[in-house]
Design a protein around this ligand. Sequence first.
Ligand SMILES: [Zn+2]
Length: 143
Amino acid sequence: MRPEQSREFTQRLQKAALTLLALDIFRKPDDLARRFGLPIPVVRYWWRESEQQKKPIMQSDMTTKDVKIIRKATQALEGWEKIKRYRPECGAKLNNGRRCKLSVAIRPPEGWERGCLADRCRMHGGLSRRVRKVKKDDSKIID
Ligand SMILES: [Zn+2]
C-alpha cells in the first residue's frame, strides 16, 4: 500500500465513522472503536475534530437511502479488520538480496493523519516519525 493509498483508506474510515456517529448509530466514539477494532484515541480524535453534531435517526424513519448510507459506512469500517490482518509486506531490501516479508507497521494513533498503515515494518522504520527517503535501489514492488 502506497502512502497515499494508506491516507485515502484512513480518510474513508474517518468519514464512515463520523457518519455513523452523527446518525447516532453509535452513541460514543468508544463504542464504535470497539465494534470495529479501531484504536479508541483515533476515533475520539476524529469526533472531537468534527462538528460533533448528532442527527439521530430512528429505525422506523429510515429511508432506503439512509439504510444504504449506513450499510456503506459499516462496510468501510469492517474493512479495517481485513486490512489490519492482511497487511502488505514491508519489502525493504535485505543484505542477502531478499526482501523483508514482515507486515508493514500499523501507526500509533498520533500518526494516523499520515495513514493508518506505514509503508515499512517496525524493523525498517515503519514507525519513524520523519518521512523516510526512498532510495532508488530500495524501491518497492507494489501492485
Ligand atoms: Zn521490514
